[in-house]
Design a protein around this ligand. Structure first.
Ligand SMILES: *[C@@H]1O[C@H](CO)[C@@H](O)[C@H](O)[C@H]1NC(C)=O
Ligand SMILES: *[C@@H]1O[C@H](CO)[C@@H](O)[C@H](O)[C@H]1NC(C)=O
Ligand SMILES: *[C@@H]1O[C@H](CO)[C@@H](O)[C@H](O)[C@H]1NC(C)=O
Ligand SMILES: *[C@@H]1O[C@H](CO)[C@@H](O)[C@H](O)[C@H]1NC(C)=O
Length: 250
């Protein structure tokens, strides 16, 4: 099961396409459970691949005061029990203030530095994993952050219009824009759980792929967006899945 934002959806769709193309003649089904979990099933093989949309991992709830992001609450975790392999991701929504308040240990604040909030939430999540996951039954991965390519200065092409017209990866071995600071926060927050959680670091390789986004060919282009955030499946998400597969069988 993939849990996270729409980046997890890219990876889920990539994986089900890979599986289907490996066994094109077997029966498959696509369904949704409670509107919260997408399920792809290869019935003959008894395999399910699932996706749970949950952008912060901790809970965003409606209270009298408005929308509250509860950094110390993770009721959404009920949906993650009893799964063989869990792959988590959270990153893109921490910069989007979708809450009226952030709550932590009973204190409410209007806002909090997004890196601080992410750090607290990931520690809550790590605590949930420690308390609820038996490593003998479940393998847990945390996926590094998935970078965007909206700013050409990050790859020394100041005149670039976002990722439009990019046809090659950034060349070389060092990404000029550097590694986003949130990655260190993610690694730090789950360090103490390295016996239970495997960090599946997709950040570095994805940073180089300024050519891998839907760009102006975004199927949701009606919303006016140039998409340099999601990925075309046959590139980056397929690579993540190849790596994930090797980590699972290792
Ligand atoms: C984990 O697996 C063991 C056997 O392998 C089983 O006895 C136990 O109930 C499982 N625990 C959970 C939480 O599923
Ligand atoms: C792009 O990045 C550079 C260097 O970090 C920064 O100075 C500039 O403001 C950014 N441009 C935009 C449009 O965000
Ligand atoms: C990008 O530009 C900086 C500043 O001019 C330079 O130090 C760096 O070597 C360049 N990197 C690449 C990959 O071209
Ligand atoms: C990122 O990838 C480059 C090229 O393989 C490598 O030299 C560098 O050490 C990597 N950095 C991190 C933080 O993994």
């Amino acid at each position: 099961m993939f849990v996270g934002d729409s980046i997890s959806k890219d990876q889920y769709e990539s994986l089900i396409c890979i599986l289907h193309s490996a066994v094109p003649n077997t029966n498959y089904s696509l369904s949704t459970s409670d509107g919260k979990i997408d399920i792809f099933e290869l019935t003959e093989y008894g395999i399910k691949v699932m996706r749970n949309q949950n952008v912060y991992l901790v809970d965003l709830v409606q209270e009298k005061v408005g929308h509250v992001l509860r950094l110390d609450s993770i009721q959404g975790g009920k949906l993650w029990l009893g799964i063989d392999v869990l792959v988590f991701n959270t990153f893109h929504w921490w910069n989007r203030k979708t809450w009226d308040y952030i709550e932590f240990r009973g204190n409410y604040v209007k806002d909090l530095d997004h890196i601080v909030a992410l750090n607290i939430a990931l520690r809550t999540w790590a605590g949930w994993v420690r308390a609820n996951i038996n490593p003998q039954n479940t393998t847990v991965f945390f996926q590094g952050l998935s970078p965007t390519h909206y700013n050409g200065s990050m790859w020394n092409e100041t005149k670039a219009d976002r990722c439009i017209g990019q046809t090659e990866p950034v060349l070389g071995t060092k990404y000029p824009g550097g590694i986003p600071p949130e990655l260190a926060v993610q690694k730090g927050a789950i360090e103490s759980l390295s016996d239970v959680i495997k960090f599946f670091d997709t950040t570095n390789l994805s940073l180089f792929r300024k050519d891998g986004h839907p760009s102006k060919f975004n199927p949701n282009g009606a919303t006016g967006g140039v998409d340099c955030l999601h990925w075309c499946l046959p590139g980056v998400p397929d690579t993540w899945n190849e790596i994930l597969y090797n980590l699972i069988i290792a």
